[in-house]
Design a protein around this ligand. Structure first.
Ligand code: PBG
Length: 332
């Protein structure tokens, strides 16, 4: 007898009934760039359709996003002033802290995730403080792990005080999840959750983000703290450490090139797993669509479906508002 899997593909109703992967808008997170200033809504040239907002214009985008069906946002800050120690990251009136206060006041039902990192705030663009360098007699330009995690912990506390429901450390320093958990608890912020960028690779796909956030390193690269794309077993080690240190949720980043890692993390993780479909993945689709080479809607729906099939419980994507619409229209 000839086996006929095509019977289950015959009609749209049949295909819908037997689908193995289903998406819903509540799993989507939309990243937003906040810059200092007033009245600003500014295009990001490397990411067509994405913009930078000042804290006072943030409510406009939150309104649009929540109307589209996305209630979870991830905030990145671009300070006016950068320095060696990234002091804008943990300033009580820092740009993300201002945005969180404004956003939480206007949209208390939305979930605010704050990215915790120093690269947008340091004059040298690295994700932590340097051992030596400008103004110091020490010529060592490597990122100094332990002083950095103290500053990251301070950053997380100030963001949580400003209204962040979740803090998301993206720096890849060792021990930062534990340091952040301890600092939050000591500040009486035990309800603030940690979404750890547990498995973050040193990826070329972050290119457009670095233009968007003005965070390209002034020298060198991030390979002494972010993971080597060649390594898979090491991802399990990062996962285990972050879980041990108290991560409430974990993330794999980037998205599409790391499906194997996402699946492996999902199999081992007792906590929700996120996938971050990063700036370069967004811009590639935008560029191809602008040239008529790819159908944007179909491509984005396929990518999102594949990330969820591979294991994502949470999907962080610049296409979140459009995806929510397409999900509601039954496109995926
Ligand atoms: C900060 C950070 C980066 C991204 C998220 N958090 C950039 C980097 O590590 O260089 C990338 C996000 C994206 O490309 O969309 N460390």
């Amino acid at each position: 007898m000839l086996m006929r899997p095509r019977r289950l593909r015959r009609t749209a109703a049949m295909r819908a009934m037997v689908r193995e992967t289903r998406l819903c808008p509540s799993m989507l997170v939309y990243p937003i760039f906040i810059r200092e200033g007033r009245g600003i809504v500014e295009d990001i040239s490397a990411m067509p359709g994405q913009k930078r907002y000042s804290p006072d214009t943030l409510p406009e985008v939150l309104e649009r996003v929540t109307k589209a069906g996305v209630d979870n946002v991830l905030l990145f800050g671009l300070p006016e002033h950068k320095d060696e120690r990234g002091s804008g990251a943990y300033a009580e009136d820092g740009v993300v802290q201002q945005a969180l206060r404004e956003g939480k006041k206007r949209f208390p039902e939305m979930l605010f995730i704050a990215d915790v990192c120093m690269c947008e705030y340091t004059s040298h663009g690295h994700c932590g403080v340097l051992k030596g360098g400008a103004g110091s007699s020490n010529p060592d330009l490597t990122v100094d792990n332990d002083p950095t995690i103290e500053l990251l912990a301070q950053t997380a506390v100030s963001q949580a005080r400003a209204g962040a429901d979740v803090v998301a450390p993206s720096d890849m320093m060792d021990g930062r999840v534990g340091a952040i958990r301890a600092a939050l608890d000591a500040a009486g912020l035990e309800d603030t959750a940690i979404l750890s960028y547990a498995v973050k690779y040193a990826s070329a796909f972050y290119g457009p983000f670095r233009e968007a956030a003005g965070s390209a390193p002034a020298f060198g690269d991030r390979r002494s703290y972010q993971m080597d794309p060649r390594n898979a077993r090491e991802a399990m080690r990062e996962l285990a450490l972050d879980l041990e240190e108290g991560a409430d949720m974990v993330m794999v980043k980037p998205g599409l090139p790391y499906l194997d890692i996402l699946r492996a993390v999902k199999e081992k993780s007792p906590v929700p797993v996120g996938s971050y479909c990063v700036s370069g993945e967004y811009s590639m689709i935008k560029a191809a669509a602008a040239n008529g080479w790819l159908d944007e809607e179909r491509t984005v729906c396929e990518v999102a479906t594949c990330l969820v099939r591979a294991g994502a419980d949470i999907l962080i994507t610049y296409h979140a508002p459009e995806l929510a619409g397409w999900i509601r229209e039954g496109k995926l």
